[in-house]
Design a protein around this ligand. Structure first.
Ligand code: FES
Length: 110
């Protein structure tokens, strides 16, 4: 797994939703109740940018059709039968890092 440092996140103490790049991935980075979560910014339903959505009760709400995705598991709301990719977040020396596994990492179970 490769860790990507995310720059330009200010006022992390307040809730935020922003789109960032980690390698070639577009990531929706969410600050919610003192934690930082990283998930794919691409809504699996019809491709909306989840970083334009809202965060309600620990779920990101898609701006297009209001589907919801759990920030921790990526699992879609009841009846959706879908999920969004989630990525590990590491905060070190007050910097945010997002971990991305390569295809080979996944094959090796890392
Ligand atoms: S595009 Fe996200 S819910 Fe439809």
């Amino acid at each position: 797994m490769k860790w990507y440092k995310i720059s330009n996140i200010q006022n992390r103490d307040k809730p935020f939703i922003t789109k960032v790049k980690a390698g070639r991935k577009n990531i929706c980075l969410v600050g919610f109740e003192g934690q930082v979560y990283a998930l794919s910014s691409n809504c699996p339903h019809a491709g909306a940018d989840l970083s334009d959505g809202l965060c309600v009760n620990g779920k990101i709400v898609c701006p297009y059709h209001r589907y919801t995705y759990n920030l921790v598991t990526g699992k879609g709301g009841e009846g959706q039968n879908d999920f969004v990719a989630i990525y590990p977040v590491n905060i070190k020396d007050d910097e945010i890092y997002v971990g991305i596994s390569s295809f080979w990492d996944k094959l090796r179970g890392k």
